[in-house]
Design a binder for this molecule. Structure first.
Ligand SMILES: [Zn+2]
Length: 190
């Protein structure tokens, strides 16, 4: 399928927030490439663009399977339309889908201030590999691979962590990790 068609139509899925237990589970492999899977991808892209975010992993919407979507290229701007109302315009979409991804090689290190749709309001620098080689499947089940660096590499590592039950705050120093865990568990309990 052409995922280009799906960026602006779909269903807005509820995004699970840390410490939801699904976010800590190791997700299982995708074994069937069905219309249901296509539909999930379509809704995940829609949800990601409208959140807005640049990446979304299936466990974040309650599906514990090895799949994530991302777009590190799209532009989003708020404009005032002819009726004087503010509206959000998005353009330059570059949606990507990674199914059963495996990072098969890494090099270098980089740090970037990350955030996560499942951990609202927290932005912290995380150390990652600068470049990664990733093997994955597309929606047809074909195996592909690519070598990427910088923003795309960081995003792939962040989303791939979700498939292993790791939320980015787990990658922070012990002190910060304990601080955020306590804070977020307390807020969730309210
Ligand atoms: Zn995330």
């Amino acid at each position: 399928m052409n995922i280009e068609n799906y960026k602006l139509e779909g269903e807005n899925l509820p995004i699970l927030k840390y410490p939801d237990p699904v976010l800590s589970k190791v997700a299982g492999p995708v074994t069937e490439f069905t219309p249901d899977l296509e539909n999930l991808v379509k809704n995940m892209l829609f949800t990601m663009y409208h959140a807005p975010g640049i990446g979304l992993a299936a466990p974040q919407v309650g599906a514990s399977i090895r799949l994530f979507v991302l777009d590190v290229d799209y532009e989003r701007e708020t404009v005032t339309n002819a009726n004087g109302e503010e509206e959000v315009r998005m353009s330059d979409f570059n949606p990507m889908v990674f199914i059963n991804p495996v990072i098969t090689g890494t090099s270098g290190t980089t740090t970037f201030e990350e955030g996560c749709l499942s951990v609202p309001g927290v932005y912290e620098e995380v150390k990652r590999h600068k470049s990664v080689h990733v093997k994955y499947q597309n929606l047809k089940g074909e195996t592909l691979e690519m070598e990427v660096d910088d923003m795309l590499a960081i995003c792939i590592q962040h989303e791939n962590d979700h498939l292993d039950g790791i939320v980015f705050i787990e990658r922070l120093s012990n002190l910060k990790k304990q601080f955020y865990k306590k804070k977020l568990i307390k807020e969730k309990g309210r």
